[in-house]
Each structure stands twice: as C-alpha cells, then as structure tokens.
Design a protein around this ligand. Structure first.
Ligand code: FAD
Ligand code: NA7
Length: 465
C-alpha cells in the first residue's frame, strides 16, 4: 500500500512564503526522487493578494488614514473590513533603502523585471487568498498540527485541518513596538508609529520628533526633510544615527518627557536625557516591531527582539522547542539580504521536507546555534552584522545546493560608505548586478527631489548601462 502523502501548511504569501511555493514547484518540475516525498501544500494568505508588506493598495492607505488628532482619539491599530489588523507598514515615497543588487534573485534578476518570478510557475492558484490562519496547535502523540482558518469573505471559520508540517512565513515587521514616554497622553499633536504612516506630506512645515535610531528612523528623518518639515529632532536610546544631516536636523539622546504648550493648539514640547527642551508638533515612533504570532500555540511561538539570528531556530529555520522539528520559520531574521536569504531558507526547507537534508540530534542542533547567538551579541559594526548574515546565507545556500554565490557583502560595504558620505544622495547610487554584470541606470530624478512615486514615473526610468 502506498504511504499517505504528507501535508504542509504555509502561512503567508509574502516574499518568504512565495519562495517556499516556488522551490517546491521548481523541484517538482525537475523530477527525480524528491518528487515522491513532496508534501501536499496549502498556503493561506489573509490579504487580498500575494507580496506581503509590498502589497500596497488604496485599502492600506484608507485603513490607516488617521488625521492629526490627539492620541486619545486614534485607534490603537487599524483594522481591515474583515476585522483583521492591517498588515502593511509601507508608505508613499518609500524607496528600497538597500541597493536592489543586494537583494536580487540570482535566477530572476531585476533586469528580467521585478514582480514576475512567481508567474513563471503559475503559483497564484496555490495561494488561498483572504484566508486568515486563526490558530495552530500541535499534537505530539499524533505528530500533527491542527490549523484553524477563517474565510474572511464568508466570515466563517472553517473546520480544523490537519497538517504534518507548518512553515510560518507571516513576517515580523507589522506589529508595532510602541514604548510609553512620560506625558504622551497629554501631547496635543500627532503621535504615530511608522507602521501607521502613509504620507509624509502631513509633516510639511512641522517640527517633528523622531524616536529610534535604526532604518525606519533614518528614513523618517530623511522623508520629513524631503517633504518640508521645518525642523527634525532625532532621539536615540543607544546610539545616534550619526550621519551628516541637513541643517534642519539635530540628534538628541532619549526623550524623557513630552507635554502640551501653554498656548493650546497642537504644539507641544519634548525634554531629552541631556536636559534640553525642544518645541515639537508631531512625534514619529520609529521604534521597530515585535515578533507577533498570536495564532501559534504558546510552545510554538517565537518571541524576542529583532535579531539577525533569533534564538530557538536551528539554521534560523527549524523551531527547536518542543522537539517536533515540524514547524519552520522563514524570514524571521532581521534583514540585510531579505529576498535572497528567504530564497535560500525556502530551498533549504524544501530539501529538508523532501529528504535531501537530515537533521542532526537535538544536542547538535543546539550546539550549532550557540556560536551564532554569541557572534551576534558581540557585533561591533554594521560591517560585522552584514558579515554574519553573509556567512549564514551563503552557508545555508551551500547546504541546500542553491547553485549561486549569494555573497553581496562588497555591495553592502559600498552602500554603508555612500550613506556615510551623504545620507541625502545614497539612494541615487549605481551598483553592478552580481548576476548580470550590468551597472544599473541612475534614477531619472534624485531621491530627494522625486516627489512623484507613481509606477509610470518610476518605470519611465532610463535603461541599465
Ligand atoms: P511579509 O512581507 O510581512 O509577508 C507576510 C505575509 O503573511 C503577509 O502577506 C501577511 O498578510 C501574511 N499573514 C500574516 N499573518 C497571517 C495569518 N494569520 N494568516 C494568513 N496570512 C498571514 N526589505 C528590503 O529588502 N528592502 C527594503 O527597502 C525594505 N524596506 C522595508 C520598509 C518597511 C517600512 C518595512 C516594514 C520593511 C521593509 N523591508 C525591506 C523588509 C521586509 O520585511 C521584506 O522586504 C519582506 O517583505 C519580508 O517578507 P516576508 O514574506 O517574510 O513577510
Ligand atoms: P529596528 O531595526 O528593530 O530598530 C528599532 C529602533 O527602535 C532601534 O533604534 C531601537 O533602539 C529603537 N527602540 C526600541 N524600543 C525603544 C524604546 N523603548 N525607546 C527608544 N527607542 C527604542 O526597527 P526598524 O523599524 O528601524 O527596522 C525594521 C525594518 O523595517 C527594516 O527592515 C527597515 O528597512 C524597515 P536601540 O538602538 O535598540 O537602542
């Protein structure tokens, strides 16, 4: 008698989830012994289309359209028409902050046209859209997951489905980390986390406080300047951003208190750890995101800060707690490499699922993970951070027989240097694709003066050299 086919549930159809579907299909079409071991796949996506955070529609904008009203009247987090939290954290005028050559798929370069890779294998029918995963539990006796899914259009929770494996690809830059600052409840102006930001035009002419000093903070400062904020104060907890900023920008240590100005209206003030006080009208919390998987049973749930190597995952993928090795996370890391890293993780996952990669003992998996955690804890520079993710991604790709050298560290170093040289022009830089050998065209309009981010303007760009 033939053994029953094993089953796999993929949660989320962003870049990570789509890479899993892509490699399953690619391997199936290649044929060979892996095909017989291929699991039956169901992929559930709660949005109306694939592409994850990059699925930016008029709905993303509408749901989060909160005007300049005091914090009391603003909803904590916007909901979609189906009562789901809005996944999108993107905003108008967002340009990739890393060179596209550092996040290129080797077998589908940007030159071949972004966005069409998934169509190559007709993957759309494999995604069940507008279906939100509500609960995932694991029964160790049966070695099966039970997954509850809600059909959002029908407003109906479906009967539980059993799966042998789950790959969680739901992203982790969607649930905002919102710290409290003394007096914030009395601050009369706009208070917004970057997750809810959609347009920078609301800061034109305003005095803006940006809290945080990582990538969202950097972009918040830059976009505020670009869209005409009269003054921008960047407040850091650990390290300043430290760039040579335009004159209207200054950096301060952590904000300790905010409050309303005497005259009424929406103006207020902020006090900082060095005792200085500044008048401000808006606060942008660029304070990052929290891992948030409310549908996963407690013992399956990854927690903790945004790390390059989150604890509890063998090879950054296999969930170790509980010892079932049947739950995988793809894309749970902080990201320099993003797409190519997800892609290598996806292929590694597919090889594991189809018997091409065997897991060592639990003790060996723990031992493999430990040096990565120690290395991350000892990082001293952006370069060292990139090196860590390069070693991780290249190693994973090698073990999975990925077939391409993904090391883009030199491009990342060049990117760091160009940010240090001039933070206002680094996005206009040109890089050579590792995979086509071609130098990209410069943007038709430099980033700081490009106010029209429509697709037609963007695609009217010159041809790569
Ligand atoms: P996501 O893109 O978050 O996709 C996860 C998917 O899972 C979503 O479609 C979501 O709807 C779905 N989902 C979630 N929960 C459920 C559920 N319960 N049931 C069903 N489906 C569910 N990366 C770069 O390389 N360059 C950049 O310039 C860049 N800029 C960024 C700017 C911002 C503001 C943010 C927030 C991130 C940025 N990123 C950037 C990083 C980004 O995380 C990756 O590019 C990429 O989108 C991650 O892909 P993912 O598939 O892992 O997660
Ligand atoms: P990150 O990279 O996780 O950074 C979060 C920042 O928020 C970081 O500077 C933190 O300070 C700061 N933070 C967190 N909590 C606090 C509190 N309580 N007070 C002050 N500052 C705080 O998130 P990003 O949003 O910048 O980037 C995530 C992704 O989104 C990335 O891919 C981007 O391209 C877009 P710290 O430095 O730890 O002291």
């Amino acid at each position: 008698m033939q053994a029953a086919k094993r089953s796999l549930c993929v949660i989320g159809a962003g870049p990570s989830g789509m890479s899993v579907l892509y490699h399953l299909e690619k391997l199936r079409l290649q044929g060979g012994s892996a095909v017989a071991k291929m699991p039956q796949v169901a992929c559930f996506e709660k949005q109306n289309d694939w592409s994850g955070l990059w699925n930016y529609t008029w709905r993303t904008v509408l749901y989060n359209r909160k005007c300049s009203i005091p914090i009391w009247f603003q909803p904590l987090q916007a909901l979609t028409k189906y009562g789901e939290t809005v996944h999108g954290s993107m905003y108008r005028s967002l340009w990739s902050n890393n060179p596209k050559e550092t996040i290129e798929y080797p077998d589908y370069t940007f030159e071949q046209h972004f966005g069409r890779r998934w169509n190559q294998y007709n993957l759309k029918p494999k995604v069940t859209l507008l279906h939100s995963v509500q609960s995932v539990t694991f029964d160790p006796a049966k070695e099966k997951f039970s997954v509850l899914v809600k059909d959002l259009e029908q407003n109906r929770v479906l009967d539980p489905k059993e799966f042998d494996y789950v790959v969680n690809c739901s992203g982790h830059f969607s649930n905002p980390n919102v710290p409290y600052f003394k007096g914030i409840e009395r601050f009369p102006g706009r208070v917004v986390h970057t997750h809810d930001l959609r347009s920078w035009r609301e800061f034109t002419g305003k005095r803006v406080l940006v809290v945080g000093s990582s990538y969202s903070a950097e972009d918040s400062v830059l976009q505020s300047v670009k869209f005409g904020a009269s003054r921008v104060i960047s407040s850091y907890r650990t390290n300043p951003l430290g760039f040579r900023w335009p004159e209207s920008v200054s950096e301060r240590p952590l904000v300790t208190e905010v409050g309303p100005s005497d005259g009424g209206g929406t103006e207020g003030w902020a006090r900082f750890a060095d005792g200085s006080v500044e008048k401000i009208e808006s606060i942008i919390l660029a304070t990052g995101y929290l891992h948030h998987y409310p549908y996963l049973a407690e013992q399956l749930r990854l927690r903790g800060p945004n790390l390059l190597y989150p604890a509890g995952l063998y090879k950054g993928i296999i969930w170790l707690a509980g010892g079932n090795n049947r739950l995988m996370y793809v894309g749970a890391q902080n990201q320099f490499y993003s797409f190519p890293m997800f892609d290598a993780q996806a292929l590694w996952t597919v090889r594991y699922l189809t018997g091409g990669i065997q897991l060592p003992s639990s003790a060996e998996m723990d031992a493999d993970t430990k040096p990565w955690l120690e290395r991350e804890a000892a990082l001293k520079s952006h370069q060292e951070a990139v090196d860590l993710q390069t070693d991780y991604t290249v190693g994973l790709a090698k073990q999975a027989n990925y077939g391409f050298d993904l090391d883009a560290s030199k491009l990342f170093y060049k990117w760091f240097d160009s940010r240090d040289e001039d933070i206002t022009t680094y996005r206009d830089g040109q890089y050579v694709s590792k995979f086509t050998g071609k130098l990209a065209a410069p943007p038709a309009t430099p980033f700081m003066s490009a106010m029209d981010d429509s697709l037609s303007t963007f695609l009217a760009n010159g041809k790569d050299e």
